[in-house]
Design a protein around this ligand. Sequence first.
Ligand SMILES: [Zn+2]
Ligand SMILES: [Zn+2]
Length: 313
Amino acid sequence: MGHAAFEQGQGGQGFDFSGGFGGGGLDDIFEMMFGGGFGGGFGGRQRRPRGPERGADLSYELEIEFIDAVFGKEVELDLPRTETCETCGGSGAEPGTNPMTCPQCKGTGQVQYAQNTPFGRMMTSRVCDKCHGTGSYVEHPCRECHGQGTVRRTCRVKVKVPGGVSDGTRLRLSGEGEGGLRGGPPGDLFVYTRVRPHREFVRDGLNLIREETISFPQAALGGDMKVKTLDGKNVTLTIPEGTQSGTMLRIRGHGVPRLGSTQRGDLLIRVIVETPKRLTAKQRELFVALAETMGDNVNTESKGILGKIFGKN
Ligand SMILES: [Zn+2]
Ligand SMILES: [Zn+2]
C-alpha cells in the first residue's frame, strides 16, 4: 500500500505519514466516512451503544511555506471542535447531581409498544424519546453544556510539523479530535499539509532543484562558483570544463530530509549557459578571433543599433 507509519514520542503526539504525491487513496475515503459523525450511522440510533463513545476524528488542511515543509516548523492552529464539558465531566448533569436511569425505558433505551395489525397484535420497539436511546436521563442538566456533555469551542492546537513533509502528507495527532461522549476518549486529528510553491526551488522527492545562470566562458573553461542553498547558505559548485546548457550538477546533502531520519537528499543545479548580449570592443575582438580558430562564419562588425551604441565602449 506504500504506507509508512512513523511514531514520534514527544509530547504525546503520534504522527503517521502516508502518501506524499497523489494523496492517500483508500485511507482518505475511509477517513471521510468516519470523520463526519457517528461511524456512518449503520442501523441508526437503535444500535448506538449506551456506554462511552469515542469522539469523531477531525481533519485539517494546513498550508505551509516550502521552506517549513523541508526543515519543519511548529505551528499553532485554531481548531473548532467539540470537547467534553469540563463542568460536568461529560455526564451532562449539573455538578452534584447524577444522571439517573431513564424512568420511561428503565435504562434499555427502547420502548416496547403494541400495534394492532390485520394479523393480530404485534409488539414493536422504538427508540425512547425521553433519553434518545441512551438509557439515562438527566434531571438537572448542566448549565454549561445544557445537558449535552460536550461544548463547542475553538481550541489552539500545537502541531510539530517535522522536516520532510510534502504536499498531502498526513500527520496524526492522537486525542486532538472531537471529545468523546459519556466519558469516551477523544478522536484523532489528521493534519494534511499543503505546501506553497517556492519562487526558486522545486522539489523532486528528496532532491531540490534550482536553476543557475553561468557565463559562456565559465561553461567552456569550467570553474568554481558560489550558489545559495534553500536555507540561505553559500556552497561551492564546481562547473566542469565543457558544461552544456541544461546540465544538472549535484551538491550532495543539501536536499530534503527523509521523514524521521537524518538522511537528506541532494541539491541539483540546472545550469543555463547565458549568451552575452552586449560585448565591449575588446570582447568582440576576442570572440571574432575565437570564431576564426573554430572555422565559424560570424559577423565581424555589430549589426544592431544597440550593438553600435554599446559596442565601442
Ligand atoms: Zn456540562
Ligand atoms: Zn429512555
